[in-house]
Ligand binder design. Structure first.
Ligand SMILES: [Fe+2]
Length: 295
């Protein structure tokens, strides 16, 4: 069964997809349009893709694709874990109902063959890549722990809604960046485009964003609630900055360890491993400071 039919509800046969029936904040609602543009523009200002875009332009290779595949697989497995943890910190059943929907979608809805992390493995298998531990020992898991710390430090109910919007707001560019990093030649680019993973994400990220904006409008009504929401939204964007910088770093480290790297550019495995952990530790300190600054 097609995910569009099996796991979702649509307003009409040809209309846009909705995770759950929406009576108020549909795609055409003026506040949905306004706030989607507003939060997308706010996210854009941080330029979180600057390093990864420059890196992939100069380091595009099968090795870079393998490195990206490992990072995105770790992230993909973490997505439903993060959302369900956020929902577990939510005290109202109606908010829980709305906030859990994207996790349910990520886990395939009613069809386990559509679990997104598994679709991702299928997509990379088609270009001859599988996930495995990196020779440098580097991964994004330390950066994902940073996001866990941000969540644990988010005590307010409206902050949780804000953190979940930040998780989705750059989803379309995330997917296109993953696609670009995995496309190490024309054949892989073509193969990836045809996979259910990329087809579903290209079609569905818009709904994840609209759904999260609707949650903001539905649950954050007062100035104080919106202020709390906004603070956590900013904290979540901080995570994305670190995530993409770590991916760029991992690709650079992998390239420098490669036998094909120019002599002067090679670094030792030990140095690369230390560098990666030092970077992750700095990230954790950064978030400690960020959480402490919340007072
Ligand atoms: Fe997904």
């Amino acid at each position: 069964m097609n995910q569009q039919v099996g796991a979702s509800q649509s307003s009409s046969v040809d209309g846009p997809r909705y995770l759950i029936p929406e009576n108020e904040y549909d795609y055409g609602h003026p506040e949905v349009v306004f706030w989607t543009n507003y939060f997308m523009n706010e996210a854009q200002k941080l330029n979180v893709f600057a390093n990864i875009k420059a890196t992939i332009e100069s380091k595009r290779s099968r090795l870079a694709a393998e490195t990206m595949a490992n990072a995105w697989y770790d992230f993909s497995c973490y997505v439903p874990v993060f959302i369900t943890k956020a929902v577990a910190q939510t005290d109202d059943p109606e908010r829980q109902h709305h906030l859990i929907q994207i996790a349910y979608d990520e886990l395939g809805g009613r069809d386990k063959s559509l679990i997104h992390s598994k679709l991702f493995l299928d997509a990379i298998a088609g270009i001859g890549i599988s996930v495995s531990a990196r020779p440098s020992g580097a991964s994004v898991k330390d950066v994902l722990r940073v996001l866990d710390q941000i969540l644990v430090g988010t005590k307010g109910q409206y902050g949780i809604v804000g953190l979940l919007l930040s998780f989705e707001i750059i989803a379309q560019e995330n997917i296109e960046t993953v696609y670009d990093c995995l496309s190490y030649n024309d054949a892989s680019r073509e193969s990836l485009s045809a996979t259910p993973f990329f087809k579903i994400h290209r079609a569905d990220e818009t709904e994840h964003i609209r759904h999260s904006i609707a949650n903001f409008l539905r649950f954050c009504k007062t100035e104080a609630q919106r202020e709390e929401f906004r603070k956590s939204f900013d904290d979540g964007l901080y995570f994305w900055h670190r995530f993409w910088d770590q991916c760029a770093r991992m690709i650079n480290v992998a390239a420098s360890l490669s036998p094909r790297a120019p002599e002067g550019k090679k670094i030792s495995l030990h140095a690369a491993e230390q560098d990666s952990h030092r970077y992750a530790a700095a990230e954790v300190r950064g978030v400690d400071g960020l959480i402490a600054s919340k007072g």
